[in-house]
Each structure stands twice: as C-alpha cells, then as structure tokens.
Design a binder for this molecule. Structure first.
Ligand code: SF4
Length: 222
C-alpha cells in the first residue's frame, strides 16, 4: 500500500469546503485512465477546488518508465491545465534532456495535488491526503520503473517522512516497491543556481539506477 503521512493537521487546514465531496476510494482503485481523469476534473474533495481555474491531472506517456512528481500546479499550470509549464517547466525539460529523456516519450509528470494552492503556497497535509488516492491510482496504472520526487513536498509525502530534502537526496528510496530518488524542485533551482551541481549528481544517480534495473522491472502494486 502507498505510504502517506497521517500527521495531525492544524485547524486552518481542516476548514471544510462548501459542497465538498467524499472521494469514492474503492471506485478510484478500479478506475481506468478515462474514469480517473473525469473524476479528478470535477473533484471538490478539498478546499483547493474553490480557487482553481481547472484541475491539472498530469502529462506524458501513460506507460512511462520514469515518473516525475512535483508538489502542485502553479499559476501557469492552473491556466493551461498542464503540469510544469513556464520557467520551472522549461528547466525540468532541460533536466530531462540532460539524461536523454523527453516529456512526451519516456516520462510521465504529475503532482501531489491536482489543483493550484492559492499564491503558490505548498499544499498542506490535509490537501495532500485528500488528493493521494488519485496519485496512487496514477502510479498503479503507469507502473513506472523509477519515481523522481521533485522537491520537499513530493518527497515527504511519497516517503511518509518529515526528513529534509538534503538528508533524503543521494539515497535509493522506495514507494510501494518502486525505486524512488529525491532531488530539488526546478522552481527552487531557479532561485538557487548553486544547487545545480547537486541536481546533476541526482540525475546521474537516477540514470545509473534506471540502467541497473531489469528491463521488465515494472513492479505490480497491490
Ligand atoms: S487538490 Fe485533489 S482532492 Fe483537492 S479538489 Fe483538487 S483534485 Fe480534489
């Protein structure tokens, strides 16, 4: 089963959303791509539904070996309905090219939450937990060989930890039996150019890890 944090949330995180819906968890676990996309599109399970322009489901090859997971859509993503567009998206594309990948081909890209947190804040624990069944189903359908967690929010949620990103980098982790590597979020890199060398190390580590995996290493997730 996917691991997910169950930390207590603050009172401000627990504000119920008007007309919110309860996710049909059992049904989500059985959904195909079409059903899942349409469920996300109309989701009102957390307060982020009230401020989004549209949901941002994910993009790329639905049978990709590589899955990249960020934290949540920003303003441009919210406007366009696609994850990682704008300067951070461009940098992510460059990171992919650096290890011989293209977002349309061997890669699927999505986020922990599918709706934009206002003012580009991090999604809170409640929002991440509400949205988790969608990501879990995406991962089950994709069956990636390797997951790359982009930034602290993605890493902490996927790994069920409060450890900081510096301590999570450079180690091969696991999400439901799938190898997982942590690196910095491209939006952070745009502000912290000095960290680029570390990201290059992470990318090389990821590429070596992928090369060392057996060709049919698509693990089945219960
Ligand atoms: S962030 Fe996820 S759980 Fe919250 S409204 Fe959007 S799709 Fe639903």
């Amino acid at each position: 089963m996917p691991l997910w944090r169950t930390k207590p949330t603050s009172s401000t995180e627990d504000v119920p959303v008007e007309n919110s819906t309860v996710l049909p968890l059992l049904e989500i676990k059985q959904m195909d791509w079409g059903q899942l996309k349409s469920e996300v599109k109309t989701c009102t399970a957390c307060p982020l539904s009230q401020t989004r322009t549209q949901t941002v489901f994910g993009v790329g090859n639905e049978q990709a070996d590589w899955l990249y997971v960020g934290e949540g859509p920003g303003a441009k993503e919210d406007a366009m309905g696609e994850p990682f567009v704008g300067p951070a998206g461009k940098l992510l594309d460059n990171m992919l090219v650096a290890i011989g990948l293209k977002r349309e081909h061997q890669v699927y890209i999505t986020n922990i939450v599918k709706c934009r947190p206002p003012n580009n804040r991090n999604p809170n624990n409640n929002e991440a937990q509400q949205c988790e069944p969608y990501l879990a189903r995406q991962i089950t359908l994709i069956k990636p060989k390797l997951i790359i967690a982009l930034g602290k929010v993605a890493a902490q949620n996927l790994l069920n930890t409060d450890d900081n990103i510096a301590s999570l980098r450079g180690t091969l982790h696991e999400y439901s039996g799938i190898p997982l590597i942590v690196t910095y979020h491209p939006a952070y890199l745009l502000r912290a150019q000095l960290e680029k060398a570390k990201v290059w190390e992470d990318l090389c580590f990821a590429k070596q890890t992928m090369q060392s995996l057996p060709a049919n290493n698509h693990l089945s997730i219960p």
